[in-house]
Design a protein around this ligand. Structure first.
Ligand code: NAD
Length: 271
């Protein structure tokens, strides 16, 4: 009998970075709801990570919180070692951790530039490289999944939409696009799938000021043809499907999930 869709990740082990807040929380919970056991990585927010672990275990799932800064090579390597020892393997990695440090371009300091590149882009490199090494070592285990491993990079609509005042952030997301595609090309023969999710505006702490008041939300909605701001759960559901065997033929793609933000809404009235 086929596995019911609700348990399409049964028996699989996942690691989600930046899972103490926002999108990462929803992704960790969605993977767990579909049967995966989950490492809940976090940077500093121990209480946030523990709350996610509690929610997952209270719902009958398995989860473990693990602190590591994704921009630090030794910490990322130690986290993967710990995850693999704990679960005995790894099948899914969602490289989600990210941040914004905004400034007008002419005022942006090297430290502000570097911080965002270190976490958002170098952090992705470090996480993807450890994931790839483990997936290649494991190979395909047909009783678990058709793929030897599945990777999702959390990108953004800003991998294609330029963003004044956020040059470091938009550059990091543009970089993720070529990182993801090049790694996907290199790893496809090893049956490792690598894709990105490109969210539009999703209600999380990272962009709180953009949706927290009715005035701010109304302004934001002028950029969203579908006329609602996204919820973290929108991203969680997509992630759970994209790492499942139902999406087995998808690799090297960015799936934008943005209520139409990438449809050039300014042209809706003829331009
Ligand atoms: P968030 O601030 O709620 O969550 C970010 C998470 O990353 C937190 O858990 C934080 O602790 C973690 N993090 C930051 N630096 C870290 C580090 N050095 N090491 C480990 N963890 C670290 O924001 P979010 O909106 O949930 O963002 C998650 C991802 O989604 C980011 O990559 C972000 O760029 C992307 N994204 C968000 C939106 C949106 O509208 N919210 C849109 C597009 C893309």
């Amino acid at each position: 009998m086929p596995t019911p869709p609700s348990l399409r990740l049964a028996g699989q082990h996942a690691l989600v970075t930046g899972a103490s807040s926002g999108i990462g929380v929803a992704v960790a919970k969605a993977l767990a709801a579909h049967g995966a056991s989950v490492i809940v990585n976090y940077g500093h927010d121990t209480d946030g990570a523990n709350a996610v672990v509690k929610d997952i275990t209270d719902a009958g799932g398995q989860a473990l919180a693990y602190q590591a800064d994704v921009s630090q090579e030794a910490q990322v390597q130690a986290m993967f070692q710990q995850a693999i020892e704990h679960f005995g393997g790894l099948d899914i990695v969602v490289s989600n951790a990210g941040l914004q440090v905004d400034a007008p371009f002419v005022d942006m300091t090297l430290a502000q530039w570097q911080k965002v590149i270190d976490v958002n882009l170098t952090g992705q490199f470090l996480v993807l490289r450890e994931a790839a090494r483990q997936f290649m070592k494991q190979g395909v285990r047909p009783d678990v999944s058709k793929a030897a491993g599945k990777i999702i990079c959390m990108s953004s609509v800003h991998e294609v939409i330029p963003w004044a005042g956020h040059v470091n952030y938009a550059t990091s997301k543009g970089g993720i696009m070529q990182l993801m595609k090049s790694v996907a090309q290199e790893l496809a023969p090893h049956k490792i799938r690598v894709n990105s999710i490109g969210p539009g505006a999703i209600k999380t702490p990272i962009n709180h000021d953009a949706w927290a008041t009715p005035e701010a939300e109304a302004k934001l909605l002028t950029l969203i043809p579908y006329d609602r701001v996204g919820e973290p759960e929108d991203i969680g559901q997509l992630a759970a499907w994209l790492v499942s065997d139902e999406a087995d033929y998808i690799t090297g793609q960015t799936i934008f999930i943005d209520g139409g933000m990438t449809l050039y809404p300014g042209f809706a009235t003829g331009g």
